[in-house]
Design a protein around this ligand. Structure first.
Ligand code: HEC
Ligand code: HEC
Length: 367
């Protein structure tokens, strides 16, 4: 029995489904067939409205563009995700900053990486990241395989190089065998590209289905309390759902932070102009991807600056900055109650056993 990273005992089956879908070239970015939903009960107009704006998170693995997901790739990707030897110091793994026991984040204002350096931005969760339109707060990586190469090389994160990563992996026979299993048709499977492909395949398993809100969208009217429903109604009526919608309740488009009123420099540091750095278009100054709000109660602190620790305050800031609305305490409570319904089943990840280093493995370097 392989240690799988699925949410359920059916992980193997899901893996198979995805492999088949991918082999057929079916792209299910917003993921597959929605489960057969019961029609909303007469009078439950709210459920009908919600279904027009949001989609339940499917229980099947989303297929990935140009990367057929197999069990072998997932298993290798999981090892790489947890292996600190991808960093120059041997200290930081992907899981250091995207801790899968902590909602896929590090819980820090901004991340701390190589040499105790503090990076410029808060770490977004890897949970459900596969469903986002592009990766990073500014969308500068088009998908997870493009994304994964960034942190390994970033000076403030893992501070390694593709050559060093290749030297590490080639020095460990078990890794060479795992790459051969995961990329069976390749003559020289241990490549930096394949590191990224395998990590992407593992990350595709990190979805969190069956949140109370998903159950509601699937027709279970009592999956939300009355207060949570009132919060959902406010979330739609006040306009939050204009930017945070779809299967990921966000993650699919870019907006200025401060559509109506710019938040203070404390929350929106003037030095980080967001998507402007990607597109060099004046319109994109202080534009950021609206993040997914799935599992948001697990992922404090909030915003790309990580300056807000209280979800209620984040909701208030959104009201004033994005909608020009001063939300009352009661409204904030209700919206926050709704946001708690977005916490889904967390992936059950069994910690992988990593193969031992050999005398040929490059030694850690700290500067
Ligand atoms: C030192 C901390 C750190 C490490 C180590 C790290 N990350 Fe990140 N990660 C971040 C930060 C910070 C961001 C946001 C950067 C930005 O938007 O400019 C991020 C962004 C991401 C995103 C984008 C999510 C989204 O919604 O946009 C993914 C996916 C991700 N990292 C995966 C990984 C993987 C895979 C690894 C290992 C190869 C890794 N990270 C290593 C801190 C880290
Ligand atoms: C015009 C688009 C827009 C609207 C409307 C909007 N948001 Fe946002 N939201 C964003 C963007 C963009 C960010 C990221 C800001 C940043 O950190 O740069 C964000 C961030 C957030 C965050 C922080 C999430 C995290 O992981 O850091 C929360 C919570 C949030 N929004 C909730 C709401 C709520 C509740 C409403 C309605 C009161 C709302 N949003 C309205 C675009 C919007």
């Amino acid at each position: 029995m392989h240690a799988q990273s699925g949410h359920r005992p059916t992980a193997a089956l899901k893996g198979l489904l995805v492999a088949t879908a991918a082999a057929l070239g079916i792209l299910a970015a917003t993921a597959g067939t929605a489960p057969a939903a019961d029609p909303p009960a007469a009078g439950d107009a709210l459920m009908g409205r919600a279904r027009e704006l949001f989609k339940p998170l499917p229980a099947t693995l989303p297929a990935i563009r140009n990367n057929a997901v197999t069990r072998e790739k997932i298993e290798l990707g999981k090892m790489l995700f947890f292996d600190p030897r991808l960093s120059a110091s041997g200290i930081f793994s992907c899981n250091s900053c995207h801790n899968l026991g902590l909602g896929g984040v590090d819980g820090l204002e901004t991340s701390v990486g190589h040499g105790w350096q503090k990076g410029p931005r808060n770490a977004p969760t890897v949970l459900n990241a596969v469903l986002n339109v592009a990766q990073f707060w500014d969308g500068r990586a088009e998908d997870l395989k493009a994304q994964a190469k960034g942190p390994i090389q970033a000076g403030v994160e893992m501070n390694s190089t593709p050559d060093r990563v290749m030297a590490v992996l080639n020095s460990i026979p078990t890794y060479k065998a795992k790459f051969a299993d995961a990329f069976p048709n390749e003559k020289d499977p241990v490549t930096f590209d394949n590191v990224a492909m395998a990590i992407e395949a593992f990350e595709a398993t990190l979805t969190t289905p069956a949140a109370p809100f998903d159950q509601y969208l699937e027709g279970k009217a009592d999956a939300l309390t009355d207060t949570q429903k009132a919060g959902l109604e406010l979330f739609i009526d006040k306009g939050c759902a204009g930017c945070h919608n779809g299967v990921n309740v966000g993650g699919h488009d870019y907006f200025p932070f401060g559509v109506v009123a710019k938040p203070g420099a404390e929350i929106l540091p003037p030095g980080d102009k967001g998507r402007f750095a990607v597109t060099k278009t004046a319109d994109d100054e202080y534009v950021f991807r609206a993040p997914t709000l799935r599992n948001v109660t697990l992922t404090a602190p909030y915003f790309h600056s990580g300056k807000v620790w209280d979800l209620r305050q984040a909701v208030a800031v959104m009201g004033s900055s994005q909608l020009g609305a001063t939300l009352s305490d009661q409204e904030i409570d209700k919206i926050t109650a709704f946001l708690t319904t977005l916490t889904g089943q967390q992936p059950r990840v069994e910690y992988p056993l990593l193969p031992a280093s050999t005398p040929a493995t490059p030694q850690p370097v700290f500067k």
